[in-house]
Ligand binder design. Structure first.
Ligand code: WQD
Length: 360
């Protein structure tokens, strides 16, 4: 039994990372986080999201601005702290951008992950939770998707980087039984913490449905473009498995507890709601919950999109004791609270240093 006390979180200032850091702190873990802000539109110098996580929890977070491609700085951080486990979120994540700039994605996501594994091993830290993605499944052969669905037939570079990293982890574990790894395959993370203080920053690069609904709801975009009305789904629009970001965060806490049991060296789990929701159903739910109309137009399908994708999460339920608790109504309500309180995301609210000082 390896008792985990201090967790190193890469990409900790991001949308999913910051919500996970909140859950880790509330579960009693110490957190050291890094981020290079590559997913931010403007180059930030501080982690406003983590500053707010500290305010919500009343707990301190040690933060460094660090790029995983800077292996020397990464090693220096591991020299300063004793990490019991790493949660690796840091990655570029735009499906569309990945197709246009593959080398940037392979370098940032794969070389970054390999640097992390090298430095972890050099410091005898072999416990890892990896942020993977349902995109590794490619076009589903069957639904709902279970973890034994074939992977690797992916439709975009982003998904391929996640698949390659899963393969690198599998080979690492096979070569050295000291590794203790859990890969979590996220479906569609959406929503925000109920405080309304943290959420997906609308000023960042995005292509996802929820931020676009927000732009329309905030009056910043006249209509929502719905990509495709001719899929083989009940209403013709794409079906996805939307999971509340706090359910996702709790899934990581459950994964840490599973790692501590050291029952195996490599396990993979789907993290989703287990429900398929169409774009039109999502829009309708958002309007019902918030009372805000979202005008839309149905356009041509988006390149690389698939029709339906949703998860079977029985394995996470039975092995991690985890299941999604929040509903689509909760997702829309929490998201809209965050979005309407922070129409410009985290702009102008950051007071966090970037030289390893603690957040306030
Ligand atoms: C959802 C649905 C679109 C925008 C995401 C992430 C990927 C991975 C899986 C974690 C689709 C439709 C969207 C819009 C629309 N998650 N849509 N109008 O493509 O499922 O992939 O989840 O790793 O990283 O990208 O999510 O939100 O882009 O699309 O109609 O303006 O909404 O066609 O059916 P996707 P998405």
């Amino acid at each position: 039994m390896t008792n985990i006390k201090t967790v190193f979180v890469t990409g900790g200032a991001g949308y999913i990372g910051s919500h996970c850091v909140l859950s880790l702190l509330e579960a009693g873990y110490n957190v050291v986080a890094i981020d290079n802000f590559v997913n931010s539109v403007e180059q930030q110098e501080s982690a406003a999201s983590l500053d707010r996580v500290s305010r919500i929890t009343g707990k301190k977070i040690i933060f460094y601005k660090c790029d995983l491609l800077d292996i020397q700085q990464l090693d220096d951080i591991f020299n300063k702290h004793q990490f019991d486990c790493v949660i690796h979120f840091a990655a570029m994540k735009s499906v569309g951008e990945s197709i246009k700039q593959p080398l940037m994605y392979y370098k940032n996501n794969i070389v970054g992950a390999m640097n992390l594994l090298d430095v972890m091993a050099a410091h005898e830290c072999y416990q890892l939770v990896f942020s993977s993605s349902c995109t590794v499944y490619g076009n589903p052969i069957f639904l709902p998707i279970t973890e034994d669905h074939p992977i690797g037939n992916v439709t975009n570079v982003y998904g391929r980087t996640k698949y390659f990293i899963e393969e690198i982890l599998k080979d690492s574990v096979n070569s050295d039984p000291k590794w203790n790894v859990i890969s979590l395959r996220y479906f569609n993370p959406v929503g925000a913490h109920s405080s309304g203080l943290i959420g997906e920053d609308p000023t960042k690069n995005f292509s996802n449905l929820m931020p676009y609904i927000a732009l329309v709801a905030l009056g910043k975009k006249p209509t929502l473009s719905i990509f495709g009305g001719d899929y083989e789904t009940p209403d013709g629009t794409g079906i996805r498995d939307y999971i509340h970001v706090m359910d996702l965060a709790e899934g990581h806490v459950a994964a840490l507890k599973k790692l501590q049991s050291k029952q195996s060296h490599l396990e993979v789990f789907n993290l989703g709601s287990g429900q398929g929701t169409s774009v039109l159903e999502f829009v309708q739910t958002f309007e019902n919950v918030t009372g805000v109309k979202v005008p839309y137009i149905i356009e041509a399908r988006r390149e690389g999109d698939i029709g339906s994708m949703y998860a079977n999460c029985d394995l996470a339920r039975t092995k991690l004791g985890w299941t999604a608790k929040y509903t689509l109504d909760d997702i829309c309500r929490d998201f809209w609270r965050w979005q309407s309180l922070n129409p410009n995301g985290y702009k102008g609210n950051s007071i966090t240093s970037t030289n390893g000082d603690t957040c306030h």
